[in-house]
Write a protein of this length. Structure first.
Length: 130
């Protein structure tokens, strides 16, 4: 028995037929997030302030600021999700999907069903929140 085989015994990777729909789902979500971000960039009153200067429908400066802050917050959320999904996708690619990136244990399948983009197990998530 080589070391490689020993390691394989402890590591259960998901079969291709399980990973494929997950991969598709995550890819679709990633695509949606990127699209949403592009739309947000357009919606951001600061982004195209000059282009909209002539627009009579444009609200006062205060409204612009609120809009900009909301857009920024949304963008941050989208960025975080995008990074998370990319991470999960790369773990699928390297055959590490479903394995906690912190402790190396298998992530609960129920947890993966609800949050397919997760890369940490529930214990590590809890530790992180503290
Ligand atoms: Zn863990």
């Amino acid at each position: 028995m080589s070391d490689k085989n020993e390691k394989r015994k402890n590591f259960i990777s998901y079969p291709e037929e399980v990973l494929r729909p997950v991969k598709n789902y995550l890819s679709k979500r990633l695509f949606g997030l990127e699209k949403r971000k592009k739309e947000l960039t357009k919606e951001d009153p600061y982004a195209d302030k000059y282009r909209l200067d002539d627009n009579a429908a444009m609200d006062a400066d205060a409204a612009e600021t609120t809009g900009h802050m909301e857009v920024s917050a949304l963008k941050k959320t989208i960025d975080r999700r995008t990074i998370q999904i990319r991470k999960a996708l790369s773990r699928i690619k390297f055959g590490k999907y479903g394995v906690c990136e912190r402790c190396g244990k298998m992530i609960d399948t129920d947890r993966l069903m609800i949050m397919p983009e997760t890369t940490v197990c529930i214990d590590c998530e809890r530790k992180r929140e503290k």
